[in-house]
Design a protein around this ligand. Structure first.
Ligand code: NDP
Length: 332
């Protein structure tokens, strides 16, 4: 797979370029809106071409697929152009600024017969795969509730548009609630129905929320509690599932790294569940490549991206209005 990077981003530099190369792919071109930055980024990362207009990247016959990691407000137009140019798309979350735009992207890729995936990394983690397997095997019985602890401290290098630019998709809800929605859907195999939420600023956000707590109901009756923040330096992350026969308590698993611990608690006894320590992003890229080759589906496809965004939109509306909000999945 020969990749074009739409966005000279931090996530591409720190995770994705390595993931593309580790899985046998090549990175042949990178787009930045600034020609100088495109050239510098290309040189720094050993990429053959640095371009400053999307059309030239998309006209490049050596680009088979694009990875979109610009700021969030650009994803929709760039994905639509890439699909029109016949490129497969791996798009960062949130897919778009609205569910309607995200649905349009997914439908366009379907019509064009192209693979479209969302870069939700957490469902690729060995820890989460182990949790899902334990639940599927009935080791905690019938699931009653889930708790998601995803309050972190935003690293200084990322303290830009996420904290002060709602027009670029800043704020904890588009940034982190989408990941939590995807992870909960992955484990429970159903989509949140209704949400209540509160959001606010706790020290870093300027013009956008930097912290959020919400409660979601699932169609089965399972209740989900989530906490996301950019300002918690010492909280550590976690994911818990509680069932009629046991609980799963996972620590330090809402992360980009293949780390953490997964404990199964039953009848007062605790057992650590083993899990693979493979790279999360490399697995996502591998499954994307398999899907392009006609084998299987990406780990998180376009519909997954629409649904995680729909939950985040509902959480944002619930926090804004103080009302209980039904999640609108945009007909997908
Ligand atoms: P960055 O802020 O690093 O990059 C976004 C855009 O900002 C780039 O396309 C670039 O645009 C501009 N930019 C970046 N660095 C500089 C700089 N030094 N000087 C000037 N402009 C710069 O974004 P992130 O990597 O943090 O996030 C990109 C996307 O990826 C977002 O959608 C985010 O939600 C997602 N993401 C996903 C993660 C995951 O694990 N799935 C993790 C992190 C992010 P230009 O060159 O055109 O100016």
């Amino acid at each position: 797979m020969r990749w074009g990077l739409v966005g000279a981003s931090h996530i591409a530099a720190t995770r994705m370029i390595a993931a593309f190369r580790a899985t046998g792919g090549e990175v042949v071109s990178v787009l930045s809106s600034d020609a100088g930055r495109a050239a510098a980024y290309a040189a720094e990362h050993g990429i053959a071409r640095g371009v400053s207009d999307l059309d030239s990247l998309l006209a490049d016959a050596e680009v088979d697929a694009v990875y979109i990691s610009t700021t969030n407000e650009k994803h929709h137009a760039q994905a639509m152009a890439a699909i029109a140019a016949g490129k497969h798309v791996l798009c960062e979350k949130p897919l778009a600024m609205t569910v309607a735009d995200a649905v349009e992207m997914v439908r366009a890729a379907e019509r064009a017969g192209l693979v479209f995936a969302t870069n939700h990394h957490l469902r690729n983690a060995g820890s989460h795969i182990a949790i899902r397997q334990a639940v599927a095997e009935g080791r905690i019985g019938e699931v009653l509730s889930a708790r998601v602890f995803h309050a972190v401290y935003l690293p200084p290098v990322l303290q830009g548009w996420r904290l002060d630019n709602p027009a670029a998709g800043g704020g904890i809800i588009p940034d982190i609630v989408v990941h939590d929605a995807d992870t909960v859907r992955f484990h429970l195999g159903e989509d949140p129905a209704e949400v209540v939420a509160m959001a606010g600023q706790s020290g870093l956000g300027k013009g956008v929320e930097d912290s959020c707590m919400s409660v979601w109901t699932m169609p089965s009756g399972v209740m989900v509690q989530t906490h996301e923040s950019f300002t918690h330096a010492h909280a550590a992350t976690g994911f818990e599932l509680h069932g009629t026969e046991g609980s799963i308590v996972a620590r330090n698993v809402m992360t980009q790294n293949p780390v953490g611990e997964v404990i199964l608690r039953r009848s007062g006894e605790e057992t650590a569940l083993p899990f693979s320590d493979h790279d999360l992003y490399a697995r996502a890229v591998t499954l994307f490549g398999e899907a392009v080759a006609g084998r299987g589906r990406p780990s998180a496809d376009g519909v997954d991206g629409v649904k995680s965004l729909a939950v985040a939109e509902a959480v944002a509306e619930a926090a804004r209005t103080g009302r209980r909000v039904a999640v609108d999945y945009g007909g997908i």
